[in-house]
Design a protein around this ligand. Structure first.
Ligand code: NDP
Length: 286
């Protein structure tokens, strides 16, 4: 099976690496230097049996469809486009409809597990597609996904991923605030986290992210705040579209939007904690 992979960002690069050696592979990236050894256009990378995209937003995917070198010019009837972007359901459904008119199947398949999970091939993949398309996508996604779940029709994967990341954002903001207050109150941060992690307030943020990245000061940049902000905005729109009152998600979206405006497009998703620390005049470090 010939696979095309487009989008060699922080996540796409280790994902594509798992496809090397499994069969013919064509890759493409907008900034050519990242894909220098592979000379391809989107059209050339799309001339495969299965085409995987991993861009920042669904709008980025849509912007590559048209034109003489675009995806639609390359995709063959009977091919499958799997979009691993953390996208938005509305745009994914629109893309799926355009592809269906040309006999090309589509699945939204955002992932969770970060750059570490992508490197280890242990991502969780949440797939929105019809049953036949999911059956075709699953073996390809298993190259980098430990858990590949069919969660509903096109758009369902995006919706689930957005809600997951809204929960992540709420945790980051709340743990950052709580831990900053505890430091100011004279509680040693490692001790505070050890107790929280043996209690009911624990989460992935308290158990893994803050101990490994904030307490140590290591703070690697693995996932841009701009992308988390985008995800939480999608979740807030989902609340509105489904008629569900979502003040918590809305507040997280507004806080992340303000942090992004202050810290810039290159900031890491844990950097909002720095803003809380700065305001309080303390740091959550060992
Ligand atoms: P990056 O910002 O590192 O990379 C984005 C990629 O998209 C780059 O290859 C970039 O190309 C390309 N791109 C962006 N806009 C366009 C465009 N208009 N046309 C063509 N190419 C474009 O993002 P990540 O790899 O971190 O994330 C990718 C997706 O995965 C996002 O939706 C993100 O939310 C999601 N995600 C990321 C995780 C992480 O830990 N990093 C975890 C889980 C999900 P170029 O190199 O030219 O800029």
């Amino acid at each position: 099976m010939h696979v095309g992979f487009l989008g060699l960002g922080a996540l796409g690069t280790p994902m594509a690496a798992h496809l090397v050696g499994r069969g013919p592979l064509t890759v493409w990236n907008r900034t050519g230097a990242r894909a220098a050894e592979f000379a391809a256009t989107p059209r050339e990378a799309a001339a495969a049996d299965v085409v995987i995209t991993c861009f920042g937003t669904s709008a980025d995917v849509a912007s590559l469809l048209d034109g003489p070198d675009g995806l639609l010019a390359g995709l063959r009837r009977g091919a499958l486009l799997i979009d691993c972007t953390s996208g938005d359901p509305t745009t994914s459904r629109r893309i799926a409809a355009r592809l269906a008119a040309r006999g090309v199947a589509f699945a939204d398949a955002p992932v969770s597990g970060g750059t570490n999970g992508a490197e280890a091939g242990t991502l969780t993949v949440m797939v929105g597609a019809d049953a036949d398309t999911f059956a075709r996508a699953r073996p390809v996604l298993a190259a980098f996904g430990k858990r590949v779940d069919h969660v509903g029709p096109v758009g369902a994967g995006d919706a689930l991923k957005a809600v997951n990341n809204a929960l992540l954002a709420a945790n980051i903001l709340a743990v950052g605030e709580g831990m900053t207050a505890l430091v100011k109150a004279g509680v040693a941060p490692r001790r505070a986290l050890d107790v929280i992690n043996a209690s009911s307030g624990r989460s992935f943020v308290s158990e893994t992210l803050v101990p490994e990245r904030v307490l140590t000061g290591a703070w690697p940049r693995t996932f841009r705040l701009a992308l988390l902000d985008k995800d939480v905005r999608i979740a807030a729109d989902l609340m509105a579209d489904t008629g569900v009152s979502g003040p918590v998600v809305e507040l997280c979206s507004s806080l992340l939007g303000a942090a992004r405006a202050e810290l810039g497009e290159a900031a890491d998703y844990l950097d909002p904690i720095r803003l809380t620390e700065r305001q309080a005049g303390v740091e959550i470090r060992e």
